[in-house]
Design a protein around this ligand. Structure first.
Ligand code: FAD
Ligand code: NAP
Length: 337
């Protein structure tokens, strides 16, 4: 393990923001993770754990230590008649894990195809797409508490999972380091096809009997057609969460905006943030190199050399406009540092 100094983080975040880390290391094994954190001295603090950098916005240099988690390994732990338990090192690419599961005929995560980032980061915001969240298939999360210096396995009930959130995104952010996860996958999966355009796109592609790999391919196709590829246009996916509002607020709003789309979310109502942002005139808008994506306005983009502060200023303008027009306060999904 090599600890480098004054390293640009531009290649390590999908927004492509050019800030520096005072100290930086890539950790390729559990031993390197343990050695790095036990060797941290007060002058190396604070620290930041980084995966694929696909859900982060840097607004300034990081005056501490950035640790990139790169440990690898996908191993079958147990298999019974119905399930396979898969142990995955945190540094594996999430989408490689999805492909591995689909190739083996194990179901549960195919709808989460093509989400960038590390497998170990997936529980941090309880990644979700097309009606599936990782919490649905998670058996446990292996965690190093680097301040208390002990390891522990968290079960889903311990993780405070919610809509794009968990315990790891809240108060213990950057105290608990996820070193691995264990997934409980289905050997006889029931495919989830009722969300959005999945069924329609399967039919359009001539798929009569959907399989895990057909679902994965269709989701990759839909996502690739709608979302900007970070390798081409810097972004961190949805910058904001879709707001979940009370039934009373919904009743008030639908009177004024009868075309407003919505989805039931327990006793609350989820409103697509993209619709709100578009109605405020921000779709495709650009302020310098900071911009709003032209087809998915929930995604903010870096057209070249935007700084994190410029992206954040655009986000603030959007939040203020949406609040003024709809009385809804958008919350940031991306982790801002
Ligand atoms: P990073 O950006 O590296 O880190 C995110 C946060 O987690 C940071 O606060 C970091 O400190 C912390 N962290 C990272 N690793 C660890 C660890 N090992 N232990 C503890 N904390 C850690 N998200 C969805 O939920 N659904 C989607 O459909 C989706 N689509 C996306 C599409 C695009 C084009 C992009 C760019 C992003 C998308 N995202 C989506 C967001 C993002 O990919 C996910 O949140 C992903 O899980 C982030 O992983 P990462 O390793 O890149 O995280
Ligand atoms: P979409 O399918 O056009 O849907 C727009 C919004 O409406 C979504 O945000 C979704 O909420 C909601 N929605 C649609 N159908 C729904 C249903 N049947 N039940 C409940 N809610 C429904 O969205 P999209 O932009 O193309 O994204 C497709 C999926 O990928 C979504 O699940 C989205 O969350 C996910 N995604 C996430 C990110 C990220 O960075 N977090 C980036 C891109 C895509 P939900 O978001 O709650 O699903």
């Amino acid at each position: 393990m090599q600890v480098l100094e004054n390293i640009s983080l531009k290649p390590y975040n999908t927004f492509g923001i050019d800030v520096k880390a005072k100290y930086f290391a890539e950790l390729h094994s559990d031993d390197e993770i343990a050695a790095f954190f036990s060797g941290l001295k007060p002058e190396h603090l604070p620290f930041l754990v980084l995966g694929g950098g696909s859900n982060i916005l840097f607004t300034k240099d990081f005056e501490g230590s950035v640790a990139c988690i790169r440990n690898k390994g996908i191993n079958k732990l147990i298999e019974n008649d119905t399930h396979v338990f898969l142990k995955v090192a945190a540094g594996e690419s999430w989408d490689d894990v999805v492909k591995y599961a689909v190739d083996h005929g194990w179901g549960g995560i195919e709808n989460l195809s093509l989400i960038p980032g590390n497998a170990g980061t997936a529980p941090v915001q309880n990644i979700g797409a097309y009606g599936v969240e990782i919490k649905d298939v998670l058996y446990s999360v292996e965690v190093a508490d680097v301040l208390a210096r002990h390891y522990r396995a968290f079960r889903p009930a311990d993780c405070e999972f919610g809509y794009r959130t968990s315990l790891f995104k809240k108060q213990v952010r950057n105290r608990l380091v996820i070193t691995g996860i264990c997934l409980r996958l289905e050997k006889n999966p029931v495919l989830k096809l009722d969300y959005g355009d999945i069924r329609k796109e399967l039919e359009k592609s001539g798929v009569k009997v959907p399989t895990l790999s057909a679902v994965r391919e269709i989701i990759i196709k839909i996502r690739s057609s709608k979302l900007p590829d970070p390798a081409v246009l810097g972004n961190a996916g949805s910058f904001f969460m879709n707001p979940v509002i009370s039934a009373d607020d919904y009743t008030r709003l639908i009177r004024e905006f009868p075309n407003m789309p919505s989805f039931n979310s327990n006793d609350m109502v989820k409103v697509p943030g993209a619709w709100l942002i578009e109605r405020c005139g921000f779709k495709g808008k650009r302020s310098g190199d900071a911009g709003v994506h032209a087809t998915q306005p929930l995604v903010l983009v870096n057209h070249g050399n935007a700084s994190g502060r410029e992206i954040l200023a655009l986000a603030d303008d959007i939040i203020n406009s949406v609040r003024e027009k709809f009385g809804i306060t958008l919350e940031t999904e991306v982790n801002v540092f």
